[in-house]
Design a protein around this ligand. Structure first.
Ligand code: URP
Ligand code: ZN
Ligand code: ZN
Length: 463
């Protein structure tokens, strides 16, 4: 059905103005002052967006939904995770495909894509994790990029024996990525150093979740960023450091940027608003806050926010990795190394950043849109179809009430996880209406749309 949104304050990465938006056949077809409804088809639905912002649909560039990992399977499916995303204003998800070390990449792509195509209510694409790099893998990876439109890789320097790629394969992959114009996203923590430090801590009977952070300190992450940046410098390829958690790692990336290396930086919502004390809570409660890289000492948060403000950091994702407390996190009761890593946040991201970033003056509204939507669209080949409010763009729109107060709780969460890491937090600002290609998919905290409506977004290499 055609849709007319009247009287809203349109905020994009660069503009801030009042206008009406008309959407037809899934796209934005008119933006103008006082569009007259009588000139439009009579079935047009009209929404009054007075006192509301209108943002381009938010993009989460880093989620895990289908995730066999650390002896368990993430508990969300594409239906639950995408519903959660939509009520929180996110209309496009970029999910990590994470196969096991012996799996064939093409099988993994088909497995993830089949699941997403039936369940996803947002549009979606993937970063393809490279965990093996033999001849078969190389030819299949090329096909995944060229035939299936997945124009970004993911590599892990961490998770020894499960996901990490050794240096010679890493160098060859980055060389191939450069030749193909593909950007490589990367988890930068040194797997061997973590393995040794974890073994030592466990042998000393330091087994609780509070030991997770000391087992992978900031210098291990910083070394990873420097290491990957050096390989990117040598190969000339574009890299994107995911979930950067601390000041020294950001500094290592900035140092590389200043040397002319093509390095882009992501932060994720948990690192912006939670700190290491959450993982230090007694009675194993801290397990809810175990993720990697770990939650850090609070002073790091200022650097992350300042990096977003200055542009040194490009994007805010979530690293949504949904594992319940009962039956999953508690697998690590006797050893923190067995706690499945992840802090689910796909529903909360946008409102957390609005409350703790925009309303505190750390970033302005344009920067909010840039870091939560437009920059991801530009880096990953989705722009201007996504991440913009412009004629011809997909009608993915978020009508946002900046004054709405709400309290985060597991009860109102659409994820299947049995806890909310932000339980009881009072936020200001919430999505009133969320559209995906012109159809209303969420309204006032409720999913009202169609499951499986999401489309795979095919992308061309752009780097
Ligand atoms: O703790 C995390 N980050 N879990 C998901 C896997 C990853 O490293 O992104
Ligand atoms: Zn990671
Ligand atoms: Zn991740």
């Amino acid at each position: 059905m055609p849709l007319l949104i009247k009287n809203g304050r349109i905020i994009t990465a660069q503009d801030d103005y009042f206008a009406d938006i008309y959407c037809e056949n899934e796209t934005i077809t008119q933006i103008g002052s006082a569009i007259d409804p009588s000139t439009l088809p009579k079935e047009t639905e009209v929404i009054d967006a007075s006192n509301r912002y209108i943002f381009p649909g938010f993009i989460d560039p880093h989620v895990h939904i289908h995730l066999p990992f650390m002896g368990s399977n993430a508990i969300d499916d594409h239906e639950s995770a995408s519903k959660a995303a939509l009520v929180g204003g996110t209309t496009t998800l970029i999910e990590m495909i994470c196969p096991g070390p012996t799996d064939e990449p093409l099988d993994a792509f088909n497995e993830w894509n089949d699941l997403a195509s039936t369940g996803c209510a947002t549009d979606y694409t993937f970063h393809m994790a490279v965990v093996r790099f033999d001849d078969l893998a190389q030819s299949q990876l090329k096909s995944i990029v060229l035939d299936h439109g997945i124009a970004s890789f993911k590599i892990f320097l961490a998770y020894k024996g499960a996901l990490n790629l050794d240096d010679s394969n890493l160098f060859d992959l980055l060389t191939m990525a450069k030749d193909m114009g593909v950007i490589t996203t990367a988890h930068c923590e040194n797997a061997d150093a973590i393995d040794s430090m974890q073994t030592k801590l466990i042998n000393e009977d330091k087994t609780g979740p509070e030991w997770h952070e000391p087992s992978r300190p900031t210098n291990i992450e910083t070394e990873g960023v420097h290491h990957l940046s050096t390989f990117a410098e040598l190969t000339g390829t574009h890299i994107y450091i995911v979930h950067t958690s601390c000041a020294p790692a950001v500094q290592a990336a900035i140092d590389a940027q200043l040397r002319g290396v093509n390095v882009w930086v992501e932060v994720v919502a948990p690192h912006l608003v939670l700190d290491e004390t959450y993982a230090q809570q007694p009675n194993f409660e801290g397990a809810k806050y175990v993720m990697s890289p770990p939650l850090r000492e609070k002073s790091n948060q200022a650097t992350l926010w300042n990096g977003l403000k200055s542009g040194a950091i490009s994007t805010i994702g979530t690293d949504h990795a949904p594992f319940s407390f009962a039956g999953q996190k508690d697998m690590g009761k006797d050893a923190f190394t067995k706690i499945p890593n992840g802090i689910p946040s796909v529903q909360e991201r946008v409102d957390l950043v609005h409350t703790f970033g925009v309303l505190t003056g750390k970033i302005n509204l344009n920067r909010f849109v840039k870091t939560c939507s437009t920059n991801a669209a530009q880096l990953f080949g989705l722009y201007p179809r996504k991440g913009s409010i412009s004629v011809g763009a997909d009608a993915d729109l978020v009508i946002y009430d900046p004054n709405a107060k709400h309290t985060l709780s597991v009860d109102s969460s659409l994820s299947k996880v049995d806890y909310n890491a932000y339980e009881g937090w009072e936020l200001t600002g919430r999505s009133s209406v969320v559209t995906v290609r012109g159809q209303i998919q969420a309204q006032d905290g409720k999913f009202v749309g169609t499951v499986g409506r999401g489309q795979l977004l095919k992308r061309q290499p752009t780097h």
